[in-house]
Ligand binder design. Structure first.
Ligand SMILES: *Cc1c(COP(=O)(O)O)cnc(C)c1O
Length: 359
């Protein structure tokens, strides 16, 4: 058989190691996973009730237009319903954007390091991927602009950036948007917006009024805590939503996921509690990292990018042996903020790995 040439060498996405696998392989009874930026507090209790209430409806196809969720979310965000598009996670919206806007002969501009899904999908569509190194973990927006040309179709801006946790302020983003040519779609991925505390963070939905070559992506997988169910969405001008709808599968968001997202949205008290606990967790982690003298970036998210001198793969393996799953990058490790207790365990493991006892 002969697959498409450009997919043959694509890296297969490596998810964070599942807890049960690690328990089995290492014979550990207690394992914590701080690798995938999941919510350590689960999700709102209202979600479970909403799902249970639907269990006699599983023979019915989902609402392909997500009308109920669309209505609620539109009024929550203060945007027109027609400006929303839903996906099986915002990962799917990334795929739809690549499908609709990228092909051989075009190119797409993104930061590095950033969320790996952009590059994978662009490569599948045959577009040239132009990666612009971050400066101190932040997008180098001027350099990204300098790489945009006639063939550029999409530029990806992850704010705050995964994996570095750093954010772009509104004034900086506006300066960028002013200079991006109108034939280029700007994808502003705000998966972590609900954790941001910095007041200079862009009010992106307002910016959409003026810059209609932009789509804002958000998700129910992070602070809302329903990653298992896969619901994400985009907000953009109707013209963009129309193009994405043409390449979207008709029933891409399942019924339980729609009901769960609706319930999750209705519990903003849960969201506020998670945000506050995360802020405390960040301080807890910073305090220990400062004591260890390890460099890291201060984060606007629920994870921290840490740059120890030791090889990140080795750190990953040794922490794994202690039942703590984190994420290794070529030049750093990334740890998700967990509960207070999980953070303590993670920090103890990290400390033991970074300060080996002599003997
Ligand atoms: C987690 C994440 C997403 C996607 O999440 P979904 O579960 O697919 O909604 C998108 N972008 C970034 C930067 C993320 O970290």
């Amino acid at each position: 058989m002969i697959p498409k040439t450009r997919i043959v060498d694509l890296p297969v996405y490596e998810p964070g190691k599942p807890i049960e696998d690690v328990k089995r392989e290492l014979g550990l009874t207690e394992v914590i996973k701080l690798a995938s930026n999941e919510n350590p507090f689960g999700c709102s209790k209202k979600v479970k009730e909403a799902i249970v209430a639907e269990l006699d409806q599983l023979q019915i196809y989902p609402d392909g237009a997500c009308l109920e969720l669309r209505g609620s979310l539109a009024s929550f965000l203060g945007v027109k319903e027609q400006k929303l598009i839903f996906g099986n996670g915002s990962d799917e919206i990334v795929m739809l954007i690549a499908r609709a806007y990228l092909e051989a002969g075009t190119n797409t501009v993104m930061a590095t390091p950033t969320f790996s899904v952009y590059k994978t999908n662009a490569t599948i569509e045959g577009a040239e991927v132009i990666e612009v190194p971050c400066i101190d973990g932040s997008h180098d927006l001027d350099a990204m602009l300098a790489h945009i040309n006639e063939q550029t179709r999409v530029v990806w801006v992850c704010n705050p950036n995964n994996p570095t946790g750093k954010m772009i302020a509104e004034d900086e983003l506006v300066r960028f948007l002013e200079r991006v040519p109108t034939h280029v779609l700007v994808v502003l991925d705000e998966a972590y917006i609900d954790y941001v505390k910095n007041e200079a963070f862009p009010k992106s939905l307002n910016l959409l009024e003026k810059y209609n070559n932009m789509i804002v992506l958000r998700t129910f997988s992070k602070i809302y805590g329903i990653a298992a169910l896969r619901v994400g969405y985009g907000v953009a001008a109707e013209e963009i939503v129309d193009k994405l709808n043409r390449v979207r599968e008709p029933f891409n968001v399942n019924h339980l996921a729609q009901k769960a997202a609706l319930a999750a949205l209705s519990d903003q008290e849960f969201v506020a509690q998670c945000k506050a606990a995360n802020a405390e967790g960040l301080e807890q982690v910073y305090t220990e990292l400062d004591a260890l003298g390890v460099p890291y970036y201060r984060s606007e998210t629920n994870f921290v990018y840490i740059m120890p001198e030791r090889d990140p793969r080795e750190i990953f393996q040794e922490m794994l042996k202690q039942g703590v799953i984190i994420r290794a990058f070529p030049e750093a490790i990334r740890v998700t903020i967990g509960s207070k207790d999980q953070n303590e365990k993670m920090l103890a493991a990290l400390k033991s790995v970074l300060t080996p006892t002599r003997g």
